[in-house]
Design a binder for this molecule. Structure first.
Ligand code: AHM
Ligand code: MG
Length: 335
């Protein structure tokens, strides 16, 4: 008999989350429900993205977010979808979103969790059909239940994440997440409307030959970064830069590589945001055997002081991040 016929479709995300919950006898199921809420919103956003060219949802929304960036219509739509799902779910008391100036209080004062989210990352790629993503971090609140989340709840360092993940809307749509026990990836089957486990226990190669950095701003890179880029060229590494963090990160996670967004003249603290871009990917990178630093310190140990704070990011295969840091150390020693 042909063994390829009638293969099982595999494990759905819902079942996988349920099984993992069973490993913790006292788990209440709220985190599991929260992950399912995020997955549901991701399916809805995926539908909107897939039909973007047919509906009037591409292009600029006509407003800027708190960071002075032009919002795209799909940025705004994704923000609404995720906030609504998190609010309706009831497990989350407060949300930090790239698209909102202040903390969003959901009104679920019994909610145990805080979510930091970039609802749609890589917005400059929306109109041109290039991969974009959603990035999220989940924290347990520190304050007692029964009131809104506090600033202390919201500004926790990355080491306190209980889960983090991303959704990549690419040639296929995938959801990748960790709860601190490895990384698992799920591919969306649009015909069944389900995410299926496709990349169990993802591990990143220790080293690789891909470097991802916007070399257009080379002239204003710190000296150590310039030298590391030269090192990559001398060794004939491949330059790959989509300009969608999730896409660049996901490729490097699988193939081995490094993604760098350094401090530049235009962005003296780097461009990427600690709370809803760097921390989540740092957690995933580390859980997959990779590394994430700001060039000197571990990303997850940085203590945030502002909701939309930025930091430089060096993330990917551990030996490549180490090598980049060596060049930065020499620069510090010389200066
Ligand atoms: P966004 O959150 O406004 O989409 O900006 C973040 C994006 C990342 O996805 C990407 O890696 C980076 O900005 C690209 O920036 P640049 O165009 O400066 O290279
Ligand atoms: Mg972003």
């Amino acid at each position: 008999m042909n063994e390829k016929l009638g293969l099982p479709v595999g494990t759905t995300l819902d079942r996988f989350i349920m099984r993992k919950q069973e490993d913790f006898p006292f788990a209440t199921g709220e985190l599991s429900q929260l992950l399912r809420d995020i997955a549901l919103a991701a399916k809805i956003v995926n539908r909107e993205i897939n039909r973007a060219g047919l509906l009037d949802v591409t292009g600029a929304y006509g407003q800027q977010n708190v960071q002075g960036e032009d919002q795209q219509k799909l940025d705004v739509i994704a923000n609404i979808r995720f906030i609504r799902a998190l609010r309706n779910g009831g497990e989350v008391c407060s949300i930090i979103s790239e698209e909102e100036d202040d903390v969003i209080q959901t009104g679920n004062t019994r909610g145990k969790y805080i979510v930091a989210i970039d609802p749609l990352d890589g917005s400059s790629n929306i109109d041109v059909n290039v991969s974009i993503g959603t990035i999220f971090s989940i924290y347990r609140r520190i304050s007692d239940q029964g009131c809104d989340g506090t600033m202390e709840d919201c500004l926790q360092s990355g080491t306190r994440q209980v889960a983090a993940g991303y959704v990549i809307y690419g040639s296929s749509t995938m959801l990748v997440y960790t709860t601190g026990a490895g990384v698992n990836g799920f591919t969306y089957d649009p015909t069944l409307g389900e995410f299926f486990l496709s990349h169990p226990n993802m591990c990143t190669p220790k080293t690789g030959k891909i470097y991802s950095i916007n070399e257009g701003t080379y002239n204003s890179f710190p000296e150590g970064v310039k030298q590391y880029v030269q090192y990559c060229k001398e060794n004939e590494y491949s330059a790959r830069y989509i300009g969608s963090l999730v896409g660049d990160f996901h490729r490097n996670l699988i193939k081995g590589g490094i993604y760098i967004y350094p401090a530049t003249a235009k962005a003296p603290n780097g461009k990427l945001r600690l709370m809803y871009e760097c921390n989540a990917l740092a957690f995933i990178a580390e859980q997959a055997g990779g590394k994430a630093t700001n060039g000197a310190q571990r990303i997850m140990e940085l203590v945030p002081t502002e909701l939309h704070e930025r930091c430089p990011l060096f993330i990917g295969s551990p030996e490549m991040v180490d090598k980049a840091e060596e060049f930065l150390k020499v620069e510090v020693a010389v200066s």
